[in-house]
Structure formats: C-alpha cells, structure tokens
Design a protein around this ligand. Structure first.
Ligand code: AMP
Length: 413
C-alpha cells in the first residue's frame, strides 16, 4: 500500500509518499509561503531527483493538488494515478477527546474547527485541506493521527492542572501534550538501537517547536507541553510556560485586550521575544557571537528551561537510561546541547561531542543496530546516562499508523 503523509504548518505543506510494503520513501516534498504574495518555494524529491517550482500558491488545497500533480507527472512522477494512493495520513494536532488515530469524518472536522483556539496555527489549515481533499478524492481514505494520542498514558497526577474542577470536567483543561509522532519515533528507535524495550528515555524534540517527553518502555509518562502547543519550553515565537496573571497587569498598563495580548504571546514571544533578533536559532547564535546580550540571554534561558525539564523528568522516571536530542536544534546546535548537559555530574552524565564511536564499546553496551545517517551517541564511555542524537522521522510513524488504521474496520477508535 502507498501512503501519502501530510504535515501542514500555517503557511507550509510538507509531504512524504511511502511504499509500506518495504517502508521506503518514494518521494518527499514541501511547499512554503502558501497564501503569501511572494512566489511559493515548492521543491520535491522523487527518486533522488529534485525539482523546484516557484509560483504563488493560494491555499493548502492548491498545495496538495500541486503535490499530487507532481507525483503523477508523466515524465517525472512516481505514481501512474492518484488512485494508487491507498490513504492520506495527516499529522493532525488537536481534536480534544477525539484523540488517537481516526478516519477523518464530520465529527472530527467539527471538533478540530471548534477547538481551533488551542492550535490556531495548525487546526484551520488542516480542516480546510481535509475538507477539500475529501471532496476532490472521495475514494481515498483520510486518516488523522492526533499529536495528543501518544500522551494518553500520562498518569493523572502529571496531566492535571490545579484549575477549578469544572474547567477540567467541562472544558477539558489539562496537559494534553504534543509532538506525539516524534517522541513515539524516538522511543521505538532507541529500543531498536539498544535491543531493550524497558528503557527510560528523555526525548528532547528541539526545533521551531520544542517539547520534552519522559518515556518508559516507549510509553509517555510526562511531557513539557500542556493544554496547548504554546506552553512548555520557549518556542520559536511562542511564549512557553508563564504566569497567566501577568496578563491582567499588562492589559491594564498597555490598554490592549486579552485576545491581542494572547496573539502577541503566540507570535512575538519565545526565542524571538527574548532575543529581539529572530525566531531562528542560527540567527540568534550568530548574534550572540557578535556580542548581542539579548541573544545571549535567549540562548541561556532556552538551555536552562530544557535542563529544568530534564531534572523534573529524571525525578518522574527515577533516573534515565538515555537522553536523546532531536529536531533542527537538537540535532545541530552543539552549544545548546553542551549548555544543557554541562553540570549534570549529579547523575554522572558526561558528553564528549568529538568522541569517535568505537564499535566494540557499542557492542559491549548492547547497541544492536547499525546507526542510520545522523545518529550518534555523544556521551562518554563512563557516563551513567547515554546521550544520543537521533534524527526524528515523524512521517514514517504517521504512515504506519495510517496503514494500521485503514487496515481495520472503519470507525473511530
Ligand atoms: P525544525 O523545526 O525541527 O526544522 O527546527 C528548526 C530550528 O532548527 C530553527 O530554529 C533553526 O535555526 C534550527 N537549526 C537548524 N540548523 C541548525 C544549526 N546548524 N545550528 C543551530 N540551529 C539550527
């Protein structure tokens, strides 16, 4: 079966096409600047060949259509017709109690629409693209793999806010958790790499959007994102955790209303707000190197928050076997990794980024799998906790979940 996986941002659309018999990726592409006046950047890789097109793309439905046109192009495509796609899987974000892996139906679309305040950058483009795809290709099943599903195993004591009880009972105000596909991938991959299915792993997904997850035996026990993806660690331009009572003060002093203040926190906060430079960590690192003190502070706060969550999760799990860095920042920023890992002698954690992995030592440690591109252990041989860099693969997780879902009788889980 061939599965198309769609990952939508507010102005971007990324996709991967997988042959699930062999779990091989047949094509991968992405379109950004959707709905903006400038020409969109649209790139697709099919069979190792890259094509780029630049033109305005009106909305996500037009982006999806363009992707299908590319995949079925007579000269360069890898599908003879759209009907070859067995299902489309969406890395969807939030539908409240309608969590899990679900066939896209009216109830799900209505829930995602009604609850868009929780994920304002994500739910609206997903709903729009899903509705348009359903109308255009009624024979292709659409599946939503909700980001919150992976965190359904978090015990009550780690998911409950101390809010008035009717907020929890009537409005479902609680820590839902996100980045489920990424943390699930890291849990599965660490079990493959070590040959152990009982590992305690702290997965640090650090990117444009960041969250940390405490996992035991591949199952989520606690996570840093709460009710909405605006919470937890500072995000690229979203605030992360803060005291909601600051809002009342700023409202009075600024004369702005609550909606405006929340929009500011969701678009002008996070790394952008603290650094005043950019929402991109590379720009912030460069500015800090040039002596920009606000940029320096933003990097320190970000690393300190990651460290605090790791400390919490060491307590939740009663120790850990491995800490894993993933995402654009987690995989690439040596500065953030070292700021996080420095001063963790209390758990015997030591890293050495330049150490070359010794296959015999890996074998002694029970590392059973050949490493894939980008995967490496950066802890020293005597570190009591292993520290890994493992590139995530959210798309293959969604593709697997989608295939399993369509293979079962249709209907909600
Ligand atoms: P993602 O959302 O996972 O694609 O990650 C995006 C983030 O990763 C942005 O903040 C980038 O600045 C950051 N990033 C990507 N490459 C690097 C790099 N080489 N060094 C530091 N940060 C990077």
């Amino acid at each position: 079966m061939k599965i198309l996986v769609a990952n939508l941002g507010s102005t971007s659309f990324k996709y991967g096409l997988f042959d699930m018999q062999t779990e091989t990726e047949l094509a991968r592409g992405g379109i950004d600047r959707i709905g903006q006046e400038a020409d969109s950047n649209c790139a697709v890789m099919i069979g190792g060949h890259r094509q780029e097109i630049q033109r305005p793309i009106a909305d996500h439905a037009a982006a999806v259509q363009m992707c299908l046109d590319q995949l079925t192009d007579a000269q360069t495509g890898c599908l003879s017709s759209v009907e070859e796609v067995g299902a489309v899987g969406f890395k969807a974000v939030f539908a409240g109690k309608l969590s899990g892996v679900r066939i896209v139906d009216d109830a799900l679309l209505d829930a995602m629409e009604t609850l868009a305040d929780v994920a304002p950058a994500h739910n609206p483009p997903y709903v729009k693209a899903m509705r348009q795809l359903r109308a255009a290709f009624p024979a292709i099943p659409l599946v939503a793999a909700l980001e919150t599903a992976f965190h359904e195993t978090i015990p009550e004591e780690y998911r409950t806010y101390a809010v008035p009880h009717e907020w929890r009972d009537m409005y479902d105000v609680r820590r839902w958790g996100y980045h489920g596909a990424s943390h699930r991938y890291i849990g599965t991959r660490m079990a493959q790499l070590t040959g152990r299915d009982d590992l305690k792993v702290i997965s640090c997904h650090l990117g444009g959007s960041s969250s940390i997850c405490a996992m035991e035996g591949g199952v989520s026990r606690s996570t840093s994102m709460g009710m909405t993806p605006q919470s937890g660690l500072p995000q690229n331009n979203r605030v992360g955790d803060m005291d909601p009572f600051a809002l009342r003060l700023v409202k009075r002093l600024s004369g702005k209303d609550y909606d405006t203040l929340l929009d500011e926190l969701a678009s002008q906060g996070g790394l952008l707000g603290m650094s005043g430079v950019s929402n991109d960590l590379r720009d912030i690192e460069q500015a800090a190197e040039r002596g920009n003190t606000q940029a320096e502070l933003a990097l320190k706060v970000y690393a300190a928050d990651i460290k605090r969550y790791i400390g919490q999760f060491l307590a939740v799990l009663n120790g850990a076997d491995a800490i894993v860095f993933t995402g654009g920042i987690g995989e690439n920023s040596t500065r953030i990794r070292s700021n996080v890992c420095d001063g963790m002698d209390y758990v015997g954690l030591r890293i050495n980024e330049s150490s070359v992995q010794n296959p015999e030592a890996s074998e002694r440690r029970g590392e059973t799998e050949t490493l894939s591109e980008g995967e490496r252990r950066i802890s020293t041989g005597d570190s009591r906790i292993d520290v890994w860099i493992v590139p995530t693969n959210e798309e293959i997780v969604v593709a697997r979940q989608t295939m399993n879902r369509v293979s079962r009788v249709q209907g909600p889980e």
